[in-house]
Design a protein around this ligand. Structure first.
Ligand code: TZP
Ligand code: MG
Length: 221
């Protein structure tokens, strides 16, 4: 039933740390190696985000990551490519403001697949929710070099809005590092995404452990 489907999707989104791939910042390691390290450290959501590679290469990586995430009981989300997400039976697809309309994506992927949408303002958040997004991205909080076509940082104002008003899961993203994660968490963010802080660290497992230690024991509203 609709209710059960909703609960299942919510369960798949219930985690503190959301990790994304970015091979160009991974210190020479492959996306597969990096994903293995993330899963070893207990990460429960991984998004495949890869802007530059050929589709066939992306497909092959996603097949492998799908196997690894299934084995680890982790949620797998594919950025940008609806066809690729469907082909590899990903749990979800993540789209941006300039991608295909959310309601059209829903027609394609059906009710079971998670749809995540990047948003940068309250208006975009409301629109995404109205159109059936299962979760939204809130950011970039701080400036970041990772997203090239990125808009200016939204700062804490939009995050505070989201904590108060967004009634679907949301993931806070953009320039978040181990040193500022407590600040983000204390403002009420439940799910936090980091790209370069994790893929660019020498020891990914240790980095995740250390971040997790900081996350636990932080007061949240
Ligand atoms: N969406 C908003 S900011 C961003 C994405 C994908 C990149 C965040 O990268 P980093 O390295 O965690 O700042
Ligand atoms: Mg996109």
């Amino acid at each position: 039933s609709g209710e059960k489907l909703h609960d299942l999707k919510r369960k798949k989104l219930d985690t503190d740390l959301y990790c994304l791939t970015a091979e160009e910042y991974s210190l020479g390691r492959s996306n597969i190696e990096v994903v293995k390290a993330m899963l070893n450290a207990g990460i429960k959501i991984i998004q495949y985000r890869e802007k530059e590679k050929k589709m066939l290469h992306k497909y092959r990586e996603c097949v492998k990551i799908r196997e690894l995430t299934w084995d680890a009981g982790a949620t797998f989300i594919v950025n940008d490519h609806i066809d690729l997400a469907m082909m590899v039976e990903a749990d979800g697809v993540h789209i941006g403001q300039d991608d295909l309309p959310i309601e059209k994506v829903r027609e394609l992927v059906g009710g079971k697949m998670i749809i995540g949408v990047s948003t940068h303002s309250p208006l975009q958040a409301q629109d995404a929710i109205d159109k059936g997004a299962d979760y939204i991205g809130v950011g970039p909080i701080f400036s970041t070099r990772t997203k090239k076509d990125v808009c200016d940082p939204v700062g804490f104002e939009y995050l505070d809005y989201a904590v108060k008003n967004v009634n679907i899961p949301f993931v806070t993203i953009g320039g978040i590092k181990e040193h500022n994660i407590a600040e983000i968490k204390a403002r009420g963010a439940k799910m936090i995404a980091m790209v370069t802080e994790i893929v660019g660290s020498e020891n990914i497992e240790k980095k995740i452990e250390s971040i997790r230690r900081k996350l636990s024991g932080v007061y949240t509203r």
